[in-house]
Design a protein around this ligand. Structure first.
Ligand code: ZN
Length: 509
């Protein structure tokens, strides 16, 4: 007779396999499926979702967890089995709280909301989407009611993406961040930029095949196992791990703009490396993969920005750019390239925002989400509230809904509580990069030489290996040797962009 723990491990391994199969058909859907397959694929994905949910909430699993818990009682906190039982129990408790009809209602509202969002965008008409958002909020409040122990409603939503994090913690971090960012953005905005980034933009200057070769050579050098990854094209780029030995990253190519594919691929590489890096012993357990979306985003941002937009990285990148596009980069030096990939400009669209202004886009969404959930803002007033905050924080005027409140897909699909994780990722990335810089001798010289192995090994040891074993904040605090601190992120921005924009230290807020 296998022990309860052994039976639990088998059951969780099958759950992990099913989730991976679902991811696999999702990847296929996004990357290679012919359009005619769409309607059948939607059925297949819905069936997989139902099967997974049935398994994840089966009463037998609850019984098995209870029996396995007594088997691992007294074991060391770092023990794999003890962690598996603990994390699986938390997943199970969360899954069984939400009634099946509410889950189905949320899925349906998200699908209809997405369609309405597309139509509202096409017609520039908020009233097409507003009733759907009202309905989604109503369901979200019912969802929150499934977790009566939370301090405040938003906590229940945030926990789905950033486990254990509370809204009050995010509010405190973001208040400090806003106080630092608003004056910094203003100071930069008042300077004529030293560069408009035009080096990276020109009609037809970047043929796709040459971009793809460049992207492959850069990503390869950063360091996937050569036999364990793929690069493909997707309209909305993403990365996923089908286990640790099969990493799929995607990017998209714009022949007029080199930054899209190159920095998009570096971003997804960071996500992919994290998925690849779980310890082999965690494969097919509850513990493999990323511990939270904030920590996941820290990995993508670290490679994209803290490394990929650093001055030393330009010394690695420039020879490759010269080889791929000699007519464009033949006479360019590293300093010019550095300025071109670090243009700061307050703008309307979050996904195009630079490192400095990005956080303000997130703070606006976080504030509005809390107000929507609390019912302190009417949905009809949301577009105006959005525009007023863009004026106040970023000093920009929103011309229409597409460049305003209808730009992001998240709310239309019922995804609320997700946005803060993007900016948490930026803060964590700055702290990890600072710590790795201290720990690794000659960090800048390594990056300049394209020797990324020491940094990757550092991330493997301090962040990747443990997967979901420790809660996210604990994972990060152990890695950086202290608490989350937005001042490290703000100091990083000041130290980097102050010199680029010729700002006096006193002008940096
Ligand atoms: Zn990301």
């Amino acid at each position: 007779m296998p022990t309860p723990l052994a039976t639990l491990r088998t059951s969780l391994a099958e759950l992990s396999d099913l989730a991976t199969i679902q991811q696999n058909i999702h990847w296929d859907h996004q990357v290679v499926m012919p359009p005619r397959g769409a309607s059948l694929r939607a059925e297949q994905l819905a069936t997989m979702e139902r099967v997974l949910h049935e398994r994840a909430t089966a009463p037998e699993l609850g019984t098995l967890l209870a029996r396995a818990a007594s088997e691992v009682e007294g074991r060391d906190e770092g023990d794999d089995d003890a962690a598996i039982v603990r994390v699986a129990q938390r997943d199970y408790d969360k899954a069984v709280r939400v009634p099946a009809d509410l889950r189905a209602g949320l899925a349906r509202a998200g699908a209809l909301g997405h369609t309405a969002w597309l139509e509202a965008r096409a017609r520039g008409d908020w009233s097409i989407f507003a009733p759907h958002l009202e309905g989604i909020l109503e369901l979200k409040r019912r969802y929150v009611d499934c977790f009566p122990e939370v301090d405040e409603p938003y906590d229940a939503l945030l926990d789905d993406y950033e486990p254990h994090m509370r809204s009050s913690q995010v509010r405190a971090l973001f208040a400090e961040l806003k106080a630092g960012l608003v004056p910094l953005v203003r100071a930069i905005g008042e300077r004529a930029g030293p560069d408009d980034g035009s080096l990276m933009h020109a009609a037809g200057a970047f043929p796709r095949a040459r971009q793809e070769a460049l992207v492959r050579s850069v990503v390869e050098r950063v360091g996937f196992d050569p036999d364990g990854w793929r690069l493909d094209v997707a309209v909305h780029p993403f990365a996923l791990g089908l286990g640790t030995r099969d990493i799929r990253i995607t990017t998209r190519y714009d022949e007029d703009y080199l930054g899209m594919a190159l920095y998009g691929a570096l971003h997804e590489t960071g996500h992919g490396l994290y998925e690849e890096g779980s310890a082999p012993s965690l494969e097919r357990t509850t513990l493999a993969g990323g511990v939270s979306l904030g920590v996941h985003e820290s990995q993508s941002r670290l490679w994209e920005n803290n490394v990929g937009r650093s001055r030393p990285f330009m010394d690695f990148l420039l020879p490759r750019l010269r080889e791929a596009f000699p007519e464009r980069f033949g006479a360019v030096d590293g300093d010019a390239l550095y300025r071109a990939v670090n243009v700061v400009a307050p703008s309307l669209i979050r996904v195009e925002a630079d490192e400095v202004t990005y956080g303000l886009h997130i703070i606006i969404r976080f504030e509005l989400e809390q107000e929507m959930l609390a019912g302190t803002i009417a949905i009809d007033d949301l577009p105006d509230a959005w525009n007023a905050r863009y004026h106040e924080y970023l000093g920009v005027e929103v011309p229409d809904l597409l460049h305003g409140v209808l730009q992001d897909v998240h709310w239309s699909e019922g995804i609320l509580g997700y946005f803060p994780t993007y900016q948490l990722g930026n803060v964590i990335a700055a702290q990890l990069a600072a710590r790795a810089h201290t720990d690794l001798d000659g960090f800048d010289a390594l990056v300049a030489a394209g020797d990324f192995a020491p940094l990757l090994a550092w991330l493997r040891e301090h962040v990747h290996r443990g997967g979901r074993k420790l809660p996210p904040v604990e994972t990060i605090e152990r890695a950086i040797g202290g608490p989350l601190d937005v001042n490290v992120f703000l100091d990083y921005l000041r130290a980097k962009f102050g010199p680029i924009y010729g700002l006096e230290p006193g002008a940096l807020g």
